[in-house]
Design a protein around this ligand. Structure first.
Ligand code: CMP
Ligand code: CMP
Length: 309
């Protein structure tokens, strides 16, 4: 909390050390709360009124848990130390009972959530009125960010499948502190997906659906992502680093950024045919089997699978 309070003091000091403040300066600040003050009227020295995030009291133990969760979360991991401290200060812990609907498709969005423990099902309404689960959010995943990033209604409903703990971040703090870096991350990921051969023939809307269903995961050198003989429930696209596939003790394939693996078990409902292991640290984008079956062109993958023969 100290760092957040420091930040607040800093910005107040910055604002108060000019003795040529226009007489109505403080009025402007109140009326234009969080807006920008015209540079023409007040000069370059104060283009923007500083945003002061809320500070929600927390124990050291809560701050530690939240910090760990955010540092592993896709949208937050790129924040500067000061920004991270402000976000930690502004979030509040929510304990969630099973089957609680935190987000309803079509509603306005005033916050997002980061999962610390538990599992949430994201579902979209189908034309016949039923709901289809499109993604499960687990530890360190974020949900409810789309309405804030794109200023649109909630694109899906999100419900807990078990007892869970989430951290809630309000819209204003997200917009002022996280949004720019989050948008840059999403843009970078979209640019990467454009270059993945498997996704190149998709239209933009379908590729956006794919992006929404992908989860970023990190693996260390020597860790296996897929084990020969196991039941498969995920499909992988390698985002950074290298990996190798070994079948019956023989190396059969090596992977670099943009390559995919883990499709056979899902396409053919059979055990994993090889073990895929990280060579050095790797970052992958994984997709749940249900999304894979809905979004990825199975015929093309079967065609491409001939390379294994
Ligand atoms: P938002 O639209 O704010 O609220 C619903 C959330 O569900 C959305 O943000 C995403 O975080 C999440 N979600 C997960 N999968 C999907 C999907 N395929 N389409 C839309 N939203 C999804
Ligand atoms: P899957 O069987 O789901 O999991 C292991 C993955 O290794 C497999 O999908 C393919 O993506 C990949 N793989 C690479 N080379 C081979 C191979 N020669 N035979 C089978 N799978 C292979």
């Amino acid at each position: 909390m100290a760092e957040v309070d420091d930040k607040r003091v800093d910005s107040e000091e910055e604002e108060s050390d000019d003795d040529e403040l226009p007489p109505d300066f403080f009025e402007v600040k109140v009326v234009k709360n969080r807006g920008s003050v015209s540079a023409e009227a007040y000069g370059d020295w104060n283009k923007k009124v500083a945003f002061v995030p809320p500070v929600i009291p927390k124990s050291d133990e809560q701050r530690q848990r939240l910090g760990e969760c955010l540092s592993k979360s896709f949208l937050f991991s790129g924040l500067e130390v000061k920004e991270m401290a402000a976000v930690i200060g502004a979030m509040n812990e929510v304990k969630v009972e099973p089957k609680s609907r935190l987000i309803k498709q079509g509603d306005d969005g005033d916050c997002l959530y980061v999962v610390e423990t538990g599992v949430f099902a994201c579902s979209i309404r189908m034309p016949d009125g039923s709901e289809m689960v499109v993604k499960h959010c687990e530890k360190n995943d974020v949900f409810g960010e789309l309405a804030l990033l794109y200023n649109c209604p909630r694109a899906a409903s999100v419900e807990s499948t078990q007892e869970s703990i989430v951290w809630r971040l309000d819209r204003d703090t997200f917009n002022n502190i996280v949004k720019d870096s989050a948008q840059q991350k999403r843009t970078r990921q979209e640019e990467f997906l454009w270059k993945v051969p498997l996704l190149q023939e998709m239209n933009t809307a379908d590729r956006a659906q794919v992006a929404e269903c992908l989860r970023e995961e990190m693996f260390q050198d020597g860790q296996s992502l897929v084990q020969q003989g196991d039941v498969g429930n995920k499909f992988y696209i390698l985002e950074e680093g290298q990996a190798v596939a070994v079948k019956n003790g023989t190396e059969v394939m090596s992977y670099s950024a943009g390559d995919y693996f883990g499709e056979l078990a899902l396409l053919r409902n059979q055990p994993r045919e090889a073990t895929v292991t990280a060579k050095g640290d790797v970052k992958v984008l994984s997709m749940a089997g249900s999304s894979f079956k809905r979004l990825i062109n199975a015929d093309k993958l079967e065609e491409w699978a001939k390379k294994y023969e």
